[in-house]
Design a protein around this ligand. Structure first.
Ligand SMILES: NC(=O)c1ccc[n+]([C@@H]2O[C@H](COP(=O)([O-])OP(=O)(O)OC[C@H]3O[C@@H](n4cnc5c(N)ncnc54)[C@H](O)[C@@H]3O)[C@@H](O)[C@H]2O)c1
Length: 388
């Protein structure tokens, strides 16, 4: 029974503000956790829009300045769902006030900011998490289980792609709602921080630390009108990024991301190939995990040749990660559930003292890989990833 109220202050009511609000409202309906989120205060700059969102989702109060939200005594948890250039200041201030802090990805604009955020939450000793929600896709969590069970054997190759097509139009502006992603001053980077951060978090969760990278980036549209100045300005983000990686376990990785893959909307895939098996996942088909078994774990015996082949696992059984909280076998869950699963893990982590991952420290490792990828692209060299 969820008896302990946790009063939520959400900053930002866009795409993620909606996904998180839905998670706060649903988590106690599907998971047994001691804490019960209460939608206390919503912060956004425009009072009318903030008021409408607050009414729709049931927030009790509205603030238009995030500093005022943090100063409130009736807020226990601060949720950062705003553009990347605001993450650091909000997280540091919230931690200093003793609030729990959950922050959207990427952790920060760069690792330097990320380090300050880690220091702030560690100094304050407050629970913290970054919403890398794809770890909570049941099929991806099943891939992790299969790897942990030793069914892949020695890892050789990790291959990830994250492809979209929504910025091909050269007339799109940079800056403003949604299009802040095209403005380096608000986003920090382009696809590297926005999309590859997800791929990197998943990759390191499944296959361990990345130690060195070589990379190439491209900006296809060099200038765009800025929404705020109204002037044509150079585009400072990477529209596409490809990088090669070496993992600590000796395996090799390739990562590709772009917003110029016509027809691809949110195509996020990975494949891991090992000595004893492989796994493959595609977010556009999220309830399926593909598994190739070469050797059986218990006996180490090779699967007989006439039976060998890729197996498609429909990840909806109660035995599969998270699925015992949802519907009967065969019924799927969707994108929004990954946030509910993540929130449940976070609250359980606070309850048990086993912090849910990725916390800020773990997300900082991903941030270091992102920074090093961009450095390698600038320098046209292999670069070592700092290990923290
Ligand atoms: N986990 C994921 O899969 C995922 C998906 C999308 C976005 N994100 C991340 O979530 C964050 C937000 O992205 P989004 O897609 O929700 O963006 P969005 O543009 O849809 O919403 C951003 C919100 O921030 C508000 N905002 C901007 N400046 C503000 C300020 N100074 N004070 C208060 N509110 C302010 C905007 O009004 C808007 O409500 C980003 O860090 C992004 O990288 C994560």
């Amino acid at each position: 029974m969820a008896t302990k109220e946790i009063r939520v202050g959400l900053i930002g009511y866009g795409f993620m503000g909606k996904a998180h609000s839905n998670a706060y409202r649903k988590v106690n309906q599907f998971f047994d956790v001691d804490y019960r989120p209460v939608l206390k205060c919503l912060c956004a700059r425009t009072p009318e829009k903030a008021g409408a969102f607050a009414q729709r989702w049931g927030y009790e109060f509205v603030e238009t300045d995030w500093r005022k939200l943090i100063a409130r005594d009736d807020i226990d948890l601060v949720d950062i769902a705003v553009p990347n250039n605001l993450h650091k200041d909000i997280a540091v201030a919230a931690a200093a006030r003793g609030k729990w802090v959950v922050c959207e990805k990427p952790l920060a604009m760069n690792a330097e900011q990320g380090r300050l955020m880690v220091e702030a939450v560690q100094k304050a000793g407050v629970p913290n998490m970054v919403w890398f929600n794809y770890r909570r896709v049941p099929a991806i969590a099943l891939a992790r289980q299969i790897i942990d069970e030793g069914r892949i054997g020695r890892a050789f190759h990790y291959r990830a792609t994250y492809l979209q097509d929504w910025t091909i139009n050269a007339n799109l502006q940079q800056g403003g709602q949604t299009l802040w992603r095209l403005d380096a001053a608000a986003a920090g980077s382009g696809v590297t921080g926005d999309l590859l951060a997800h791929s990197i978090d998943t990759a390191m969760w499944l296959n361990g630390p990345i130690t060195e990278v070589a990379a190439a980036t491209e900006t296809f549209v060099k200038e765009r009108t800025h929404a705020e100045s109204g002037k044509m300005q150079p585009v400072g983000i990477d529209d596409a990024c490809m990088f090669l990686a070496r993992f600590e376990n000796g395996s090799m990785g390739t990562f590709e991301s772009t917003r110029y893959a016509r027809g691809r909307k949110n195509s996020n895939t990975f494949e891991l190939n090992g000595s004893d098996g492989s796994v493959h996942f595609n977010l556009e088909d999220p309830q399926w995990l593909d598994f190739f078994e070469y050797a059986q774990k218990q006996s180490g015996m090779k699967v007989e040749d006439h039976l060998a082949g890729w197996r498609r696992i429909h990840v909806t059984n109660t035995e599969h990660p998270y699925m015992d909280h949802w519907w009967v076998p065969g019924c799927t869950i969707g994108y929004e559930h990954t946030f509910i699963n993540a929130l449940a893990d976070f609250l359980k982590g606070v309850q048990t003292g086993q912090a849910a991952q990725p916390d800020f420290q773990s997300a900082l490792r991903t941030q270091y890989v992102c920074d090093t990828v961009l450095k390698a692209a600038r320098n046209h060299t292999w670069e070592q990833v700092p290990q923290v």
